[in-house]
Design a protein around this ligand. Structure first.
Ligand code: PEP
Length: 254
């Protein structure tokens, strides 16, 4: 039984003081995490201590949007997975398409980041997804499966709850375009079957596979209807308390 995860990727938005207000308003609005869903917020690094303080005891998890491929050392500007974990974070996104695109992060680097996250006790949320021209060529599934397996090279999660995969078609991120629920399900199923080849059927059956890309309250229920889609990685719609709280309620059919 996979508990759906609704994770909000704030990207480079909000100050620490804005985050403090947001967390409080969100907890008031939600009135407690409903049973049957997990909720996580992924703010930028300077906001993580605020998340740790304000979300403590609420049942809402938090995590980072990236971690270094190195554990410690002379790597100016990098943030260690151990630093993030020490704050009480649960998750770290690795391989988000914005990092793959703007910082040219390849799947080998993403795999190193996933390993450091696991070593530090974090759960990597590993993102994969194709560009529009790849989909138009009809190559989306082999591309995403290849990217997934390359990004998992040497990555050995000790249990299926220590890995989350997010399928995020690049053309759907921040564009208002969403994959059809059918396309999201077909890709989630292909991802799960690749995970079965990599880690075994039982393991793959328990790993959560999220969809991400212009999720909003108006489309989330249909996307979640796919039996292999276990929640959402949400950018824009996680910035407003009302829309993010609504997504959480939708994830449990409230
Ligand atoms: C994301 O950044 O992971 C994302 C899915 O963004 P958006 O929901 O804004 O498309």
């Amino acid at each position: 039984m996979r508990t759906p995860l609704v994770a909000g990727n704030w990207k480079m938005h909000k100050t620490p003081s804005e985050a403090r207000v947001w967390f409080n308003e969100f907890l008031d609005e939600l009135g407690g995490v409903p049973p049957g869903v997990e909720v996580a917020l992924l703010p930028s690094f300077p906001l993580l201590p605020v998340a740790a303080e304000e979300l403590a005891g609420s049942g809402v998890a938090f995590g980072a949007q990236d971690v270094s491929a190195h554990d410690w050392g002379a790597f100016t500007g990098e943030v260690s997975a151990y630093q993030v974990a020490d704050l009480g974070a649960k998750y770290a996104v690795v391989g988000h398409s914005e990092r793959r695109k703007y910082w040219r992060e390849g799947s080998g680097l993403v795999a190193e980041k996933a390993k450091r996250a696991l070593e530090a006790g974090l759960v990597p949320i590993l993102c994969v997804g194709e560009e529009l021209e790849v989909r138009e060529r009809g190559e989306a599934i082999p591309f995403v499966v290849g990217q997934l397996l390359d990004s998992l090279a040497g990555v050995e999660p000790p249990s299926p709850d220590r890995l989350v995969i997010a399928y995020e078609p690049v053309w759907a991120i921040g564009t208002g375009k969403t994959a059809t629920p059918g396309d999201a399900e077909v890709m989630a199923e292909a991802i799960r079957s690749a995970l079965a080849g990599r880690y075994g059927e039982a393991f793959a059956g328990e790993v959560r596979v999220l969809y991400g890309g212009s999720i909003k309250p108006a489309n989330f229920a249909q996307i979640l209807a796919g039996p292999n889609v276990d929640g959402g990685l949400v950018g824009g719609a996680s910035l407003e308390v009302a829309s993010f709280a609504e997504l959480v309620r939708l994830a449990v059919g409230l």
